[in-house]
Design a protein around this ligand. Structure first.
Ligand code: AHG
Ligand code: MN
Ligand code: MN
Length: 335
């Protein structure tokens, strides 16, 4: 029998032994884990299940929805709505918030998710994932409103993602470092494989969609130009580049071996701060990265300090190895 604790046991220990998470939050995280397991099985079926291709609809952000975007969204809602731990949910795939129906008991938490991240990779069998973030519902008023979700990322009480790749792996923080659990398909449960993950402060690997280079702002162009100049340039070392186009997969690589990920503002849509969304992409990933010793900014400000004003608010994202993120951030203030 394996000595590694299951996800369930890890959470129980966090609650019972260390008192780090209240029982309701433990239940919520267990349910999210179960939902991710179901999504993983659906992803794995591929063409053998009715899960591939477009659903023929668009989400509120004008993006074509894939069948798996919708399936994953439904799995997360169905798994979470009846358990009594949640007040409401918000998702990339739903225009408004989803308030837990009053036929079910109401809980005190808010759950935000990107049910399926990296949709463009579904049909080509490349890693995709689910990203989630948990907030406490503010007290003092009945019902749930959009504004209840407009809390700074620093207020998150749990955040994580599940990557569906060669392994299905769930990565979690409740504010005490980052732990990683791999799905043991024979056992049917997530099993702890790493704790206290740390990101090296320096790196020689950057991740950005280079096809947007001509649209970037000067500080990003300067940083990437300097990386590309390699040994002969101002950095004095050669850099490697990776771009998977699934934020979960790029962030996972950075948690495992360091690196910097950038999806900055660019001139294609000058009125939007960036492509990625603050509440259910940038905030949970930024907290994980910070908990592992990395940094995350929008070029000017720590992402976790941004006060949201919209459910689907976008943000410029620069995250990963601390010294590289600090460098890009300093270029934005003209240093
Ligand atoms: P989603 O599939 O949830 O819409 O997110 C896709 C995001 C992110 O995962 C990735 O880093 C980025 O979009 C890739 O964008 P490009 O195709 O513009 O490179
Ligand atoms: Mn996404
Ligand atoms: Mn998505």
């Amino acid at each position: 029998m394996s000595k590694r604790p299951s996800f369930t046991r890890y959470l129980v220990e966090q609650q019972r032994v260390d008192g780090r998470i209240p029982p309701q939050l433990r239940l919520l995280l267990e349910v999210v884990g179960r939902a991710c397991k179901r999504i993983s099985f659906a992803v794995n079926k591929g063409e053998l299940g009715d899960v591939m291709g477009s659903a023929g609809s668009e989400n509120v952000q004008g993006e074509v929805q894939k069948k798996l975007d919708i399936i994953a969204n439904e799995v997360l809602i169905e798994a979470n709505e009846w358990g009594g731990h949640l007040a409401a949910m918000a998702s990339e795939e739903m225009e408004g918030i989803y308030v837990v129906p009053n036929r079910y008991p109401q809980g005190e938490y808010l759950l935000m998710f990107d049910p399926l991240d990296g949709s463009s990779n579904i049909d080509v069998n490349v890693s995709i994932g689910t990203i989630f973030s948990v907030l406490k519902k503010p007290e003092g008023h009945p019902g749930v409103h959009d504004e209840d979700f407009f809390q700074r990322g620093a207020e998150q009480v749990a955040a994580g993602y599940c990557i569906y790749g060669p392994q299905t792996t769930l990565v979690l923080t409740v504010g005490d470092g980052v732990a990683m659990f791999t799905l043991d398909r024979e056992q049917g449960s997530f099993v702890l494989v790493r704790e206290n993950i740390r990101i090296p402060e320096d790196t020689k690997e950057f991740a950005i969609n280079m096809s947007n280079m001509r649209h970037w702002d000067a500080p990003i162009k300067r940083y990437v130009d300097e990386c590309l100049a390699g040994e002969d340039g101002p950095r004095g070392k050669n850099f490697n580049m990776r771009w998977i186009a699934s934020m979960v997969a790029d962030v996972h690589r950075i948690l495992m071996r360091g690196g910097i990920f950038m999806y900055p503002w660019d001139q294609r849509e000058p009125n939007k701060p960036g492509k990625l969304r603050l509440l259910y992409e940038a905030n949970p990933m930024s907290w994980l990265i910070e908990q592992a010793g990395g940094a995350a900014t929008n070029g000017k400000q720590r992402i976790l300090d941004i006060k949201p004003t919209q459910l689907h608010e976008r943000v410029s994202v620069i995250l990963g190895s601390k010294n590289e993120v600090d460098r890009v951030t300093s270029y934005h203030s003209g240093i």
